[in-house]
Design a protein. Structure first.
Length: 387
């Protein structure tokens, strides 16, 4: 296996990244490509259209790139003996005991059958506990009752993150527990909600807020000093934009929802971070977990954890599981790479076969379930730069 990144290849990465930067495209980005001890960073454009330049240590909302970090914290508590992967969650989350399951995912809330078994910690890590997003929700001609009910309870679990509306963790989990599941525990993969539930579960298992669990088990040991559920370093925080037909529209300002501590620490999509912090997390996985996880936990986080039957129901699109599956808290590709994207404009990819990490942080929200072209192009350029 080669050990470096070519000069020509990295020049091409810069050119590819620069082609996507502009006030009507991606106002600014940080692209990090690392192989072994070699780290190359491009900080291009501005934190806001017409604003101050992006820097290597600029802070971005990483949205669903939060999920693998939540999974790692959960596995750290498993190793401490505070949780067991195959135990029912009822001990710590009685709100989710004795579940009812919708007779039809798009059907009335009152038409249910009893769950055939309890929800386990493993179900939450694999997103198979029976609640979450399915493609059919977004293609239906009429809103599903369960989607409307979840929105009315301010769960912010079907759709994008919204820390300003979510209630405190006890109220949040009670609200979720008032709803039926969409599928039987273990039956199929449903996106997002499992990681949010893990945040509540982990906090109760540790007897401290979820943010403290992340700080003591993940962030401090790895030196991830700029990662958290909010930041007071707002001059370093990018403005978030939503693309529309008429151009980019401001979705969240630096002084907005991520500038103060949230009531609910969202383990699915709540973190802000930097490229170097995410590199530290990637290197932990590449180096078999030290100093925060065992090699066995890293294997579980980086290898397929779904059955063919669970994948047969589909994911976020008809081709979602073509060439890919799901590990604990993140996607794993058939060729061995793993990682996950954040819909507010970030991507995080690790390929242990060639010791490659590619991190792309932008402030432009995705327009589809697939990462936008800037992420794919920079990842392709990183592979082309391998010597």
């Amino acid at each position: 296996m080669g050990t470096g990144l070519t000069v020509k290849g990295l020049q091409d990465v810069r050119a590819v990244a620069q082609a996507h930067v502009g006030d009507t495209l991606v106002p600014g980005l940080v692209a990090l490509v690392a192989r072994g001890e070699q780290v190359h960073v491009e900080a291009l454009g501005t934190l806001a259209a017409g604003g101050r330049p992006v820097a290597r240590d600029s802070i971005f909302r990483i949205a669903s790139t939060t999920k693998p970090i939540t999974a790692a914290a959960t596995l750290a508590l498993v190793e401490e003996g505070l949780l067991d992967l195959d135990e029912p969650v009822d001990r710590l989350l009685p709100e989710l005991a004795e579940r009812q399951v919708l007779a039809r995912m798009d059907g009335p809330l009152g038409e249910t059958t009893p769950a055939t078994r309890a929800v386990t910690v493993r179900d939450l890590l694999t997103f198979t506990f029976g609640f979450g997003m399915a493609l059919e929700m977004f293609t239906s001609a009429t809103p599903w009752p369960i989607v409307q009910a979840a929105e009315a309870l301010h769960l912010a679990t079907i759709g994008g993150p919204n820390p300003d509306v979510q209630p405190d963790p006890d109220t949040w989990i009670a609200n979720l527990g008032s709803l039926p599941l969409l599928a039987q525990p273990g039956e199929r993969w449903l996106y997002n909600t499992g990681a949010q539930v893990l945040g509540v579960l982990v906090a109760r298992a540790a007897g401290e807020p979820f943010g403290e669990v992340l700080r003591t088990r993940i962030f401090e040991p790895l030196g991830m000093g700029d990662t958290g559920f909010w930041t007071d370093q707002t001059p370093r925080l990018a403005t978030a934009y939503r693309p529309t037909r008429d151009g980019l529209v401001v979705w969240d300002q630096p002084g907005g929802a991520w500038s103060h501590a949230p009531v609910f620490a969202d383990g699915a999509a709540g973190l802000v971070s930097t490229a170097d912090d995410l590199l530290a997390f990637a290197r932990m996985l590449l180096r078999r977990g030290g100093p925060v996880l065992s090699a066995g936990s890293v294997r579980a986080m980086t290898t397929d954890q779904l059955t063919p039957a669970q994948k047969a129901h589909g994911g976020l699109g008809p081709d979602f599981f073509n060439g890919r599956s799901w590990a604990f808290g993140q996607s794993v590709l058939d060729h061995g790479a793993y990682g996950w994207d954040g819909g507010l404009g970030t991507s995080w990819l690790v390929d242990p076969t060639c010791d490659l990490t590619v991190i792309v942080l932008t402030q432009r929200m995705f327009e589809t379930a697939q990462a936008s072209a800037v992420h794919r192009d920079i990842q392709d350029g990183a592979y082309a730069a391998l010597s």
